[in-house]
Design a protein around this ligand. Structure first.
Ligand SMILES: [Zn+2]
Length: 472
């Protein structure tokens, strides 16, 4: 998640820290909590949790903080799949009055690989520089993990009693997306530990600066579903000197040409409708009339066609499929007996793998091109931006940053939300960090978070956890 760059570099030229923006500052946590959150962020960034190392070390460090803060050992569960001992998770339960089913907070502990020679600072040290914290995971998402851990310690110290249990799961293997994914493992084998009425994930959503102003605050309500198909054609083959009409490579290539020209039908969700309307209001540019027209029911298809010229908007408007791999033939001097292509699709929430497969077959328009589904997708239905969740989020956001517009969003990539949503738990992304719309260093070099932005996010997370623990 998260980005920042243009605005930050301009401010550095002016000798200002990113905290000193046109935007009004938000409130900070008490000094003791600010200091603790920063110390925890440093500790977590400096524990290498890339795929090769795993997340167990970070999970253990979090468990130690929690037990030292007074959580009973039985409420702090350190758990890893037996066959993946380095892919540890820690799940903590903060007991409430039992007036409603629990709320689950999610944060992944693993980070993407970072090669020190590519960075201007050591990626596995937390470096303070010109108003920024640099380090791998500083914005994706050890910032959120630190804010949640600090909040758990603060709530305990203050003797807060929530209406319902607050469960926080610090989990493994989101970035690698391997077979030790924490939420998938917990939902499959230990559902009782994390079963909840709703999940809040700090791995997405959050504030967007535009030209230094607080432009919008995103609530992630949905993601597209990742699904992959194989296309395969066969032909008799033979000697390369005797080509005939039946050639697997030409057949597949012709089909791919037809597929390139195919566009899935326009599909709107409650989220994309609301986000098109909001962005039309927020950014009155040449696109805003089309954004409003496409958000109508039924959508204005001519407007959708114009908007689809933008790759980013096209991906919001429909399921997409694209050829990503191709292979065929077996020898330079032989006719091909086989040709294969991989088609990678991102389905709109509500679309189905069967429907997409049928659409691919129709677009290829050749029964001799076999279309097969590689693996059943982890279906990720939309968690609707209900009035209740929107009001709760707005209450917290506006207590921090008055008047900021909230926008529900659909991600074209995926996060651990797909695990919880697939398991029937409505899930929302609500990170509290602000970053410039143009910044995109998560997973890249010199990943960073604004120091002021981090401090404010700690106070926000505290308010969010309290608000979301109230019964409906
Ligand atoms: Zn992440």
């Amino acid at each position: 998640m998260k980005r920042l760059t243009l605005a930050g570099s301009v401010l550095m030229m002016l000798g200002l820290t990113p905290g000193v923006w046109a935007a009004a500052l938000g409130p900070l946590p008490p000094a003791v909590d600010q200091a603790l959150a920063r110390a925890v962020l440093k500790e977590l960034v400096e524990i290498n949790t890339t795929h090769a190392y795993g997340s167990t070390g970070a999970a253990q460090a979090i468990a130690q903080h929690l037990t030292a803060a007074g959580y009973s050992a039985s409420d702090v569960v350190l758990i890893a799949p037996p066959e993946h001992p380095t892919k540890g998770n820690v799940v903590v339960r903060y007991h409430g009055k039992g007036l409603a089913k629990p709320v689950l907070f999610l944060g992944h502990l693993d980070v993407v690989e970072a090669r020190p020679e590519d960075w201007s600072v050591d990626p596995f040290k937390l470096t303070e520089k010109e108003g920024w914290f640099y380090g791998r995971g500083s914005i994706d998402m050890k910032d959120g993990d630190a804010a949640m851990l600090e909040t758990l310690i603060r709530l305990k110290r203050e003797g807060f009693t929530p209406d319902r249990d607050i469960i926080v799961a610090f989990t493994a293997d989101e970035e690698a997306g391997g077979d030790a994914n924490g939420p998938a493992f917990l939902l499959k084998d230990h559902r009782d530990l994390i079963d909840a009425a709703l999940a809040i994930n700090l791995d997405g959503g959050g504030g967007q600066y535009k030209n230094g102003d607080r432009f919008a605050f995103e609530i992630g309500t949905s993601e597209k579903t990742y699904v992959t198909y194989s296309l395969e054609t066969t032909s008799p083959g033979g000697h390369g000197s005797l080509p005939g009409p039946d050639n697997a490579i030409y057949r597949l290539a012709d089909g791919l040409g037809r597929l390139e020209g195919y566009h899935f039908p326009v599909m709107l969700t409650a989220t994309t409708r609301a986000s098109f309307e909001k962005f039309a209001d927020l950014d009155p540019g040449p696109e805003s009339a089309d954004l409003r027209a496409v958000a109508k029911s039924p959508p204005d298809l001519a407007a959708a066609e114009r908007l689809s010229q933008s790759v980013r908007l096209n991906a919001q408007l429909r399921t997409t499929c694209v050829a990503t791999l191709i292979s065929g033939g077996h020898a330079e001097n032989a006719l091909p007996q086989r040709a294969k292509a991989t088609i990678q699709c991102r389905m709109m929430p509500g679309d189905s793998a069967e429907h997409v497969q049928a659409a691919l077959r129709a677009a290829l328009n050749d029964p001799k091109i076999a279309v097969t589904l590689d693996a059943p997708p982890i279906v990720s239905p939309e968690s609707p931006p209900t009035a209740l969740i929107t009001a709760k989020a707005a209450h917290v956001v506006h207590s921090m940053w008055p008047g900021v517009p909230l926008v529900p969003t659909m991600a074209t990539g995926f996060s651990d939300d797909r695990q919880t949503r697939n398991a029937g738990i409505v899930s929302y992304d609500l990170s509290g960090v602000w970053a410039d719309v143009n910044e995109n260093r998560a997973h890249g070099r010199d990943e960073r978070v604004g120091m002021r932005e981090f401090d404010e996010s700690v106070e926000y997370t505290y308010r969010l956890m309290k608000a979301m623990s109230q019964k409906e």
